[in-house]
Design a protein around this ligand. Structure first.
Ligand SMILES: [Zn+2]
Length: 502
């Protein structure tokens, strides 16, 4: 962070409600925020992120374009009242974040700082020894226009990422676009089919022995304005966030609302003949489909979009395996991943409501342009473990291992063993090597098992027998490679082995 010109500061965890009320997030964020009152009955909250506080600080410290740009960061505790905290470190209510904020006078400055952070984050995650990629993401509660996430692929992840190997397109499934493979059509005659009691695509598709992708699924939603009918192909799932961006807040219509709006009960809805707004997934634009006939127990086939009904066409479906890249049409892949960092272009989303302004060269007052950038250190640890382990335990990447090496004296009651231990640990520590010693009075098997479990990169074994031959054994946790070296130049040998080991 310092290499990109960031200054480290430390901001309070306890926040006054006022700044969060000014940006509106006091009301937008629901139960995830820990709220409390002080003794004078003032509303307070515990910081889940620091955009408000940092902007407040900027509004007092930054006066002129001469003070810009700035990057401020901290490594600090955050609190979120998670609905589903997990026992590990992936999702906890209290966690440490490295969060950073940039302040610029214009969009170009923000672009540069955004790029600087992306580069710094790449370097940080590389040095942590992680496999990761940068993906397009949903700004979510941060707001702003552009956002990216850093994702570490792992089956333990909670996010799904779309990857195109051909053109390099990567995106969180929350924003990913994809193209459903085209299907062939033959039967185009409009014809009603009796489908007694068959309501879902699955039921009708089974009943007619026709694949689900030949169906149009019609879903009625109630919005703040008019009801909206959304159409998806029978093999697709609705992407709620994509729909939200088009029609604003919505909820599923009840049975009564469907009957009063469309004049038909759920299960037999079709897009023909309604006067309400209709949104269709792009993949439905062409072809001939089977859909509800708008009367009980009937479906209708040969329905052609733009012929039998009109709709606005949007990407409404959730990307899935087997679909094609929206940029280059190659086959996409979906992977589970752990989110380890994120970067957001905030623009003036926070500086406007909190009145963080500066005077430009012409003496004009303008709002500061901001960015926000986070890394979750605990998630780095979790991702490192998920990506580096074997049946015996953790294999820490060297740069983030809690210790460089573990010394295992096999018999702590042997005088020679303890003498050598003393010399080695002292000498290694002096050379800047971080050492942990297992001097418990335990059987060798127990110690070996625990050493593999905690996964320090290099193990040094002091055995009574080997020491009689003036030898000790060094072992790499990752490769299991071992080496016997004489006690006399053990320190140099151990350090060389450690440096070479992965
Ligand atoms: Zn592609």
């Amino acid at each position: 962070m310092e290499a990109i010109g960031a200054q480290e500061i430390s901001m309070p965890i306890l926040h006054p409600a006022e700044v969060w009320q000014k940006t509106g997030r006091w009301y937008e964020i629901k139960d995830e925020m820990f709220r409390l009152k002080d003794r004078t009955d003032r509303d307070m909250c515990l910081g889940m992120t620091h955009e408000e506080i940092m902007t407040w600080l900027a509004s007092r410290e930054i006066r002129s374009y001469r003070h810009l740009p700035q990057i401020w960061y901290q490594i600090q505790t955050k609190l979120r009242d998670e609905a589903r905290p997990k026992s590990g470190v992936l999702r906890t209510r209290e966690f440490i974040m490295k969060d950073s904020y940039s302040f610029d006078m214009d969009e170009q400055g923000l672009e540069e700082n955004y790029h600087l952070h992306a580069k710094a984050y790449h370097r940080i995650f590389e040095r942590c020894g992680l496999a990761f990629y940068q993906v397009e993401s949903d700004p979510g509660m941060m707001g702003g226009a552009t956002a990216h996430e850093f994702m570490a692929p792992s089956p333990a992840g909670e996010d799904y990422v779309i990857i195109c190997k051909s053109c390099g397109y990567t995106a969180n499934i929350e924003v990913a676009s994809s193209v459903s493979p085209a299907i062939e059509f033959s039967d185009c005659r409009l014809e009603e089919i009796h489908t007694p009691g068959k309501k879902t695509v699955k039921e009708v598709s089974y009943f007619m022995n026709i694949k689900p992708h030949y169906f149009i699924k019609s879903l009625l939603f109630i919005t703040d304005k008019e009801p909206v009918l959304a159409l998806l192909r029978g093999d697709q799932e609705l992407h709620e966030k994509k729909l939200l961006k088009i029609i604003g807040n919505f909820r599923q219509a009840t049975k009564d609302e469907i009957i009063s709006t469309l004049g038909v009960e759920p299960g037999f809805i079709g897009p023909i003949g309604h006067k309400i707004q209709i949104l269709g997934d792009l993949s439905l634009k062409e072809g001939s489909y089977i859909t509800g006939a708008n009367k009980p127990d009937y479906h209708i086939k040969g329905v052609m979009p733009n012929v039998h009904f009109n709709a606005e066409w949007h990407d409404l479906h959730v990307a899935k395996e087997g679909e094609q890249c929206s940029k280059c049409n190659s086959l996409i892949r979906i992977e589970k991943a752990i989110e380890i960092g994120n970067i957001f272009k905030l623009g003036t989303k926070y500086s406007m409501p909190l009145n963080a302004v500066f005077l430009d060269k012409e003496g004009q007052e303008r709002h500061i342009i901001m960015g926000s950038y986070g890394i979750g250190p605990a998630r780095i640890a979790a991702a490192a473990i998920e990506q580096n382990y074997d049946k015996d335990g953790i294999i820490w990447p060297k740069n983030i291992a809690p210790f460089d090496l573990e010394i295992i004296p096999l018999s702590v009651n042997d005088k020679k063993t303890m003498e050598v231990l003393e010399i080695l640990s002292g000498g290694l520590t002096e050379k800047g090597i971080e050492v942990i010693i297992d001097d418990r009075d335990e059987r060798p098997g127990v110690k070996f098992k625990d050493a593999d479990l905690i996964g320090v990169p290099v193990q040094v074994v002091l055995g009574e027998k080997s020491l009689k031959d003036n030898q000790i054994e060094i072992k790499s946790r990752r490769t299991k490679e071992t080496k016997k070296v004489p006690v006399d130049n053990a320190i140099e040998e151990i350090i060389a082995f450690f440096r070479q080991s992965e």
